[in-house]
Design a protein around this ligand. Structure first.
Ligand code: GLY
Length: 373
């Protein structure tokens, strides 16, 4: 491995500079994808609405630039609207309120932020299906058939429940997180250590019905971002519980991911894609996996394993920095070529906000900081 790691400092400071520059352009906003060089803006209840606030907090942590904090706090006020309106709320409240309200409270002691985090956790806990022991993902508005659907992404919402349990010294939230994680182990994780995007359960009996392809190629495929959510999500579950079965899952799903990467370290949108579709990449899966591998590495005691996942994370970040980043003024985003949903031809090979978020989070970890999840 190349021991000249000065590119890490370079990537970190250039990414922070880009966040500062973007903050002056978009201010309080809910960017999702960057089209023709400009980030769009979604509604506050959209699942990605916490990532821009998260990026601002990550940049604030390093620079102490008060203008970044002010925008992040304004974003939080906007996020309180869907929280209290309730009807548009879905399981992604972890993605929305962990890198905003929870982190504000953790770093500044803001009591209103604490309350928002706890309300979000209650909404998430309220989506638990007792019979099937899973957290329901979406609402009827997203899909009318989704009453019994759980999705792999939800592992990344569980840290909100673990946080709430610690915060109010009450294990109820943690019990739900553990029950959901165990259902994912049982009903999502296959023998080859891959996972589907969606599993459909009978919401009355709790029986598993089938896997669904969702944003992946199909029910038996390995959608790359889904593998990333599993790697990072199981690592966090292991961190929060100390249970080694989550560690084993995170490691093995990571091994599948790493051994199927193309040479440039950025995965195809689905590891089982047809040859003709290999031009479709997902930089967000690379960035999320890199940050997840750094989390995983901190939990391991075996030096060889620890180093393997740490260096694998660095190799992915280097791949992103060398070939999938743009620090010019040509685009608002940092990374290029993320893919929202290739089966729906929705935002293919475009910059996506959570790619930027996990890239900066991972670089922050390499500078001695913790992640926000
Ligand atoms: N949570 C939806 C996605 O990863 O696109």
């Amino acid at each position: 491995m190349n021991n000249n790691l000065s590119w890490i400092d370079e990537a970190y400071s250039k990414s922070i500079d880009k966040v500062i520059k973007l903050s002056k352009k978009i201010g309080v906003s809910f960017p999702h994808v960057c089209l023709d060089g400009n980030y769009n803006c979604e509604a506050a209840h959209f699942w990605t609405s916490g990532f821009w606030g998260g990026l601002l907090w990550l940049a604030y942590r390093e620079t102490k630039d008060e203008s970044l904090k002010t925008i992040a706090e304004e974003i939080e006020k906007e996020l309180n609207v869907p929280l209290h309106e309730f009807y548009e709320i879905h399981h992604d409240v972890g993605f929305m309120y962990l890198p905003t309200s929870v982190i504000n409270y953790t770093w500044t002691g803001n009591k209103e932020s604490r309350k928002s985090g706890l309300i979000a956790a209650s909404h998430l806990a309220g989506r638990f299906n007792f019979k099937g022991e899973f957290i329901r993902a979406w609402t009827h508005r997203v899909d009318p058939n989704s009453t019994g659907w759980a999705i792999i992404d939800c592992l990344m919402n569980l840290p909100l429940l673990f946080w709430a349990s610690k915060e109010i010294n009450d294990p109820r939230f943690k019990h739900i997180a553990i029950a959901h994680a165990n259902t994912v182990l049982k009903s999502f994780v296959r023998e080859d250590w891959t996972v589907p995007h969606i599993v459909s359960f009978d919401p009355e009996t709790g029986e598993k019905i089938e896997n669904l392809g969702g944003q992946g190629l199909g029910p038996d495929s390995a959608w790359s971002r889904g593998q990333s959510w599993a790697i990072y999500g199981f690592a966090v579950a292991a961190r929060e519980t100390g249970d080694t079965k989550y560690l084993t899952a995170s490691k093995n799903i990571a091994n599948y991911f790493l051994s199927h990467l193309p040479n440039d370290k950025v995965p195809y949108w689905d590891f089982r894609t047809a040859e003709k579709d290999k031009f479709v990449r997902d930089s967000t899966a690379a960035a999320c996996t890199a940050s997840g591998l750094l989390e995983l590495s901190t939990l391991l005691t075996d030096e060889i394993e620890k180093t393997f996942y740490y260096e694998s994370a660095i190799a992915i970040l280097k791949g992103l920095y060398d070939n999938y980043s743009d620090f010019s003024n040509a685009q608002d985003a940092i990374l290029t070529k993320g893919t929202v949903s290739y089966p729906n031809n929705k935002h293919v090979n475009v910059p996506i906000i959570y790619g930027d978020y996990y890239f900066l989070e991972a670089l922050g970890k390499l500078h001695g900081h913790k992640g926000l999840f």
